[in-house]
Design a protein around this ligand. Structure first.
Ligand code: SF4
Length: 310
């Protein structure tokens, strides 16, 4: 069982604090309506994950695309357990002190799941594991190794934590396994880190992306990041963040609408229209990103298989 950290509350804000933050009210715009449809593909992914004791960020983070992605037979596997040591105000993943060390069977179980799903591209992510000396980097490396050994044709994308203990050593371990994409999510603009990511620092995340991008020739892959819009950022702040990320050498950027997972999480401050997302995408392409995936329901792993090549 996860142990709750002292003083923990699911959001960094009290009820009074959340009330002060305000946010939009009323029904969601039409472009955020989701078709809830499950079929054989959805049930197959669900059964497989249960059978192999695997977690997905699709379920744990309450991703709005879970019906579409699972029905298509794709999922983002979340390794290193289902309890995160950070307390981001936007994230639905359970938080606390993980009760168990990394599962040594997990790398092979991930490879079995991906083989059974027949994926040509898989995204592997994790909770933050600040309780581990390497932040979980060796486990990430073991998962990529197992996938490459079992499925040499499958492109592996890793979406990692910030490895704040020792980013250089963590990158050495993970990039030695030559993932097709190294991804780390910047999540929001630096001005909102204190509110949205109280345990993290923008500069540290940017530095991790910069270090990984500097090693692209050595590991032979691309680098990627993602942010959510609707947490209270201005367009100018989004542009500044995109510019900083591009200057760090990142190739791919994903941008989507923040959706409040529960009333305990940060409120939505604005709904960004598809036309506004299209303008951000054009801005990003103008900065030189190889690919910008931008839209209300875009998540970092949404249509990820289309971003690896070229
Ligand atoms: S967008 Fe990513 S996290 Fe969401 S359901 Fe699809 S694969 Fe899972």
């Amino acid at each position: 069982m996860p142990v709750k950290l002292p003083g923990y509350s699911p959001s960094p804000h009290s009820a009074a604090g959340r009330a002060r933050l305000g946010g939009v009210s009323g029904p969601k715009p039409d472009w955020l309506r989701i078709k809830v449809e499950t079929g054989p593909g959805y049930n197959r992914v669900r059964r497989l994950m249960r059978e192999l004791s695997l977690h997905t960020v699709c379920e744990e983070a309450r991703c709005p695309n879970v019906f579409e992605c699972w029905t298509r037979g794709t999922a983002t596997i979340m390794v290193l357990g289902d309890v995160c040591t950070r307390r981001c105000g936007f994230c639905a993943v359970a938080t606390g002190r993980p009760a168990a060390p990394p599962d040594p069977a997990e790398p092979d179980n991930v490879a079995r799941a991906v083989a059974e799903l027949g994926l040509k591209h898989v995204v592997i992510t994790s909770v933050d594991r600040d309780d581990l000396p390497d932040g979980g980097a060796a486990h990430f490396a073991a998962v990529v190794r197992a996938l490459h050994a079992a499925l040499p044709e499958c492109a592996v994308e890793v979406l990692t934590p910030d490895f704040k203990q020792d980013p250089e050593r963590a990158l050495e371990l993970v990039l030695a396994e030559r993932p097709a994409i190294f991804s780390h999510n910047i999540e929001t603009v630096p001005e909102l880190y204190r509110v949205a990511r109280p345990g993290s620092r923008f500069e540290h995340s940017l530095d991790l992306l910069r270090r990984a991008s500097a090693r692209k020739a050595a590991f032979g892959g691309r680098t990627k990041t993602a942010i959510m819009l609707g947490l209270g950022e201005t367009d100018a702040q989004v542009h500044g963040t995109m510019r900083a990320v591009r200057e760090a050498g990142v190739d791919i950027m994903a941008m989507g609408q923040y959706l409040r997972p529960t009333a305990e999480h940060l409120p939505v401050q604005r709904y960004v229209s598809p036309a506004e997302f299209a303008r951000f995408r054009d801005f990003g392409l103008g900065l030189g990103f190889a690919h910008v995936e931008a839209g209300p329901l875009v998540r970092s792993s949404y249509h990820a298989e289309q971003q690896a090549g070229g």
